[in-house]
Design a protein around this ligand. Structure first.
Ligand code: AP5
Length: 214
């Protein structure tokens, strides 16, 4: 099964993609994570993307499309994938259709996680991640069971993203409404669009997603 997860920053795409990855046994392809890895390794792409990401703007379509096309070709994607954070513009959605057609693949569902903008600033500024295994947490909504210890791997070091501050979140939300939201009607016209209530608890959102893909 091949899925597209849509939703503004903080909607829960990463949180739910990780759960779907476990339950469906398919790969999570997060363009945000891929770009952060490029920045961390100081690659040519990372150097071009760094300032754009820290400002909360979108990285140019041609760079993103080349990065994701190469990734989908890898063997681990043959059993299916969840696109988390891609496509994010109509040209990216069109490029995705083109590349999937060439590879003989289709998108089964595009699922929008629907949320209120006001709540997203709080979600994003409270987010932190295990530095060792990447498990995601939140100061208020998803704390580790023991303070300072990752539930998944026992690691004791956590990181916060450079773009997770209130000012950048507002730029990211603006980019979402202006450039990404039009993709919803793109997938509606194709009959692939589904939605879940992203304001519900994390477990309830997972239940709604499972009803769609189950
Ligand atoms: P990216 O990494 O994709 O960030 P984003 O879209 O802004 O989304 P987030 O990762 O911030 O949020 P999420 O929806 O995954 O929420 P999460 O599950 O963590 O992109 C970063 C940047 O990279 C972009 O700004 C851009 O510059 C660039 N980029 C990436 N892809 C690109 C593309 N295709 N084209 C161009 N540029 C691109 O949840 C957030 C927090 O809330 C967590 O702490 C979680 O525990 C908590 N939470 C989750 N669900 C709930 C819930 N239901 N109730 C309460 N708390 C919840």
């Amino acid at each position: 099964m091949n899925l597209v997860l849509l939703g503004p920053p903080g909607a829960g795409k990463g949180t739910q993609a990780k759960r779907l990855r476990e339950s469906l046994g398919i790969v999570q392809l997060s363009t945000g994570d891929m770009l952060r890895a490029e920045v961390a390794s100081d690659s040519d792409l990372g150097r071009r993307a760094k300032d754009i990401m820290e400002a909360g703007d979108l990285v140019p379509d041609d760079l993103i499309v080349a990065m994701i096309s190469g990734r989908i070709d890898q063997d681990d994607c043959k059993g299916g994938f969840i696109l988390d954070g891609f496509p994010r513009t109509t040209p990216q959605a069109e490029a995705l259709d083109g590349m999937l057609k060439e590879k003989g693949l289709v998108i089964d569902y595009a699922i929008e996680i629907r949320v209120d903008d006001e709540a997203m600033v709080k979600r994003i500024t409270g987010r932190f991640t295990c530095a060792r295994c990447g498990a995601g947490y939140h100061d208020e909504f998803q704390r580790p069971q023991a303070d300072g210890v990752c539930d998944k791997c026992g690691g004791g070091e956590f990181t916060r993203r450079a773009d997770d501050n209130a000012e950048t979140v507002r730029t990211r939300l603006k980019a979402y409404h202006e450039q990404t939201a039009p993709i919803v009607s793109y997938y509606e016209k194709k009959g692939l669009m589904k939605g879940v209530d992203g304001m519900a608890s994390i477990d309830e959102v997972t239940r709604q997603l499972n009803r769609i893909v189950g």
